[in-house]
Design a protein. Structure first.
Ligand code: PCA
Length: 330
């Protein structure tokens, strides 16, 4: 289906006497990514692909399929794991039910802002990579989203204001958070957010300024509570067997592009955070900092979720949290 296609460039020419001097192997991969072309993650992936194309003289081709068009986010992890596609991008916490290390970055108030998000990433990188390797997947790089905020049609000043609110969540752990806040969670893909609000399936949500702008949140909500709750990440994944089949020069080019795309993406996340909040404001949304009551309500839930997480993630989990906390103190 979407398997890697191996094409031998110049094969037709090889049958003539004027055989090409270099018979170069070409590799063409399909790569599903979950978000729109206007999303900085997708733009960064396209930049990464461009770098690889240039560095390999066009012998490595990766076709990006954006906005859940080839494979939907909930299926991308398995598609890369089985080799249905050689590469893909995921929101890591989408798969929180499969392994605690997939949901760590979405626990509210564990890490706030890009700097802490990076420390949590560094503390948990090895464990995340091992989790993926057990599924036959190699992680090439990870990039954070801007801080997570609450959106709604009505002001949210405390958990009491969320009681019974139909609330769009992004991952199992954000669903658990919504539940503990007294709301009624529904997992909705970013591409379907406007529709979910339009039909009153939800009246509030958690996401970043970036995704709020991409879904034109001002058309269906009025309040943006700048909670800065967590720093979820996307990961760029490749199937390990497909990776092993690549020529060393192509692997080197991909690793080099990844080493650039990662910091580039984190920098973009910071720029997009500021710009998108401005854009929401310009379009008439009310931008507020969380009230002390809401902050303490969500922090209490975050502390509980952290305890639950440590209980699930065992000794490795405990070590990762200790490692993160010592990085925070340093
Ligand atoms: N945007 C994605 C994931 C986190 C974010 O900021 C979403 O809402 O689906």
């Amino acid at each position: 289906m979407f398997d890697r296609r191996q094409i031998l460039a110049g094969l037709a020419g090889a049958t003539t006497l004027a055989a090409p001097t270099v018979l170069r192997a070409q590799t063409a991969w399909d790569m599903p990514v979950p978000y729109t072309d206007g999303t900085f993650h997708t733009q960064n992936v396209r930049w990464w692909v461009e770098e690889i194309t240039k560095a390999t003289g066009g012998s490595m081709k990766i076709q990006v399929h954006s906005n859940n068009s080839l494979i939907r986010l909930p299926e991308i992890l398995r598609a890369v794991s089985t080799g249905q596609v050689a590469a893909g991008e995921i929101l890591i916490s989408q798969f929180g039910n499969e392994d605690p290390f997939f949901e760590l970055d979405s626990i509210p108030f564990l890490a706030q802002g890009l700097d802490q998000g990076m420390l949590l990433y560094q503390a948990s990188k090895q464990a995340l990579e091992a989790t993926c390797q057990r599924r036959g997947i190699r992680v090439l790089y990870c990039v954070a989203w801007p801080s997570q905020a609450f959106y709604s049609k009505t002001p949210i000043n405390s958990a009491a204001d969320m009681r019974g609110m139909k609330f769009r969540t992004v991952s199992p752990i954000t669903s658990r958070m919504a539940e503990l806040l007294g709301a009624v969670p529904t997992l909705v893909q970013a591409s379907e957010v406007p529709q979910a609000f339009a039909t009153n399936i939800v009246t509030g949500m958690i996401t970043s300024g970036a995704t709020g702008v991409q879904s034109r949140a001002w058309e269906f909500s009025s309040q943006f509570v700048n909670l800065r709750a967590s720093m979820p990440k996307n990961a760029i994944l490749v199937n390990e067997r497909a990776w092993q089949r690549l020529p060393q020069a192509v692997k080197d080019a991909m690793l080099a592009a990844s080493a650039q795309a990662e910091p580039r993406g984190w920098k973009l996340a910071g720029e997009v955070e500021a710009a998108s909040i401005e854009e929401l404001r310009k379009n008439g949304m009310t931008i507020v900092d969380p009230s002390p009551q809401l902050l303490s309500d969500v922090k209490a839930v975050g502390a509980k979720l952290t305890e639950e997480w440590i209980a699930k993630a065992g000794d490795t989990g405990k070590t990762v949290i200790e490692n993160f906390r010592s990085r925070l103190r340093a």
